[in-house]
Design a protein. Structure first.
Length: 346
């Protein structure tokens, strides 16, 4: 394990510096993960090296851990095993070194964003995927913001064209993306209906949902209500079911949902929606989140203003990160879980 700030004093090119990290040398569930001592990564020209204070997890990290759907492997993440043995995307920490082409950050800056292997004491990240940490947020809060927060922001505003006073339905409101979506929609003045399971209804009400639907007890299509905007994040409902509760000129944004087939993950549902959209009155949209600092900066403004607060519901040490991922995969987790790495994370 390296001492705190060791890189500031010894230099990033110093060979042999080691750190604690979660590693995986095969695709699998959380039992494929273990803690190990590995070399501190070196930032490339446009990258930043971060002393990680806290890291976040999300379903994307689970997909990269399992190598499922197989489409992921074809996209270059490693055919037989992960090319990047250290998992983890969401990060918050201190910049300790920068590559020669980095212009926006310097050692000592507090940042959050999306890294390449954040479940470790140190992680590299492209400068373009980092923003300054809002001063009022703890590292723990900032560490769970980027992946889910910018997805919700883009889905509601850039893709969904959310307007105040709209009736918004969030399917999968109690998870990572949903916990941001409910807050973002409510803070824009929308009337939010949140779909979640029984034990998480109170949680989504606390995020700002006016109405809740317990999907384990009630069919959300069994209503006269019609929504102006539906954000589909969980449950993989059919287009027909989702459209049945959409207002005549309403918008459906399909973000994702677990449980699709092993090869494509069921991306066909998203593509099908986009292809059908020109022929119907509903606007049917799919989306792939753009990982760029401009979105993180927009989110940072909202978080700094107190309009959105990262919903940290679970805290784990680095060594317990596999358990955090297991709980996320099993559906036990709600909101966001944070992996506390540094001593100054909160
Ligand atoms: N398109 C993109 O760019 C993009 C970006 C980020 C994420 N995603 C995808 O979006 C999805 C959600 O991500 P996440 O991080 O928010 O996941 P998450 O934290 O695991 O949340 C999943 C949500 O789905 C809900 N859910 C599960 N089964 C359901 C059902 N039958 N009906 C209604 N809701 C149900 C869960 O509710 P309960 O917990 O209450 O059961 C929970 O609220 C994932 O598939 C992820 O891969 C896509």
């Amino acid at each position: 394990m390296v001492a705190n700030n060791a890189l500031e004093t010894t230099g990033v090119t110093e060979p042999g510096l080691m750190m604690d990290a979660i590693v995986q040398h095969r695709y699998g569930n959380s039992d494929a993960l273990e803690i190990a001592s590995v070399p501190v990564p070196k930032p490339r020209a446009s990258q930043v090296l971060i002393e990680v204070q806290a890291a976040g997890i999300d379903q994307g990290t689970c997909h990269l851990m399992t190598g499922l759907p197989y489409l992921i492997r074809l996209l270059g993440y490693g055919f037989r095993r992960p090319k990047q043995p250290v998992p983890g995307l969401d990060v918050a920490g201190w910049v300790v070194a920068v590559g020669p082409k980095v212009t926006r950050f310097a050692p000592g800056d507090a940042v959050f964003g999306i890294a390449d292997g954040s479940l470790a004491q140190y992680a590299v990240a492209d400068e373009s995927k980092l923003a300054g940490k809002p001063p009022s947020l703890t590292f723990e809060q900032a560490a769970v913001a980027a992946v889910s927060g910018i997805t919700a922001l883009q889905a509601l505003t850039d893709v969904g064209d959310l307007e105040a006073d709209q009736r918004v339905l969030v399917v999968g409101a109690s998870g990572g993306v949903g916990s941001y979506a409910v807050q973002l929609a409510a803070t824009q003045g929308a009337e939010v209906t949140a779909i979640a399971s029984t034990s998480k209804l109170e949680f989504v009400r606390g995020l700002g949902a006016t109405h809740t639907v317990d999907y384990t007890q009630q069919d959300f299509t069994d209503t006269d209500e019609r929504y102006d905007l539906i954000l589909d994040v969980g449950g993989r409902n059919s287009l027909r079911r989702l459209r049945s509760v959409l207002a005549p000129r309403g918008t459906l944004v399909i973000v994702g949902g677990e449980g699709g087939n092993k090869i494509t993950g069921g991306i066909g549902r998203q593509i099908g929606a986009a292809l059908r959209s020109p022929f119907v009155k509903h606007r049917l949209r799919m989306m792939v989140s753009k990982e760029h600092h401009t979105f993180m900066e927009r989110l940072a403004v909202l978080m700094e203003a107190g309009d959105v607060t990262p919903a940290v519901q679970g805290r784990f040490s680095l060594v317990d990160a596999p358990e955090a991922l297991r709980q996320l995969q099993s559906g036990e987790a709600s909101g966001k879980s944070v992996i506390v790495v540094g001593a100054k994370a909160n």
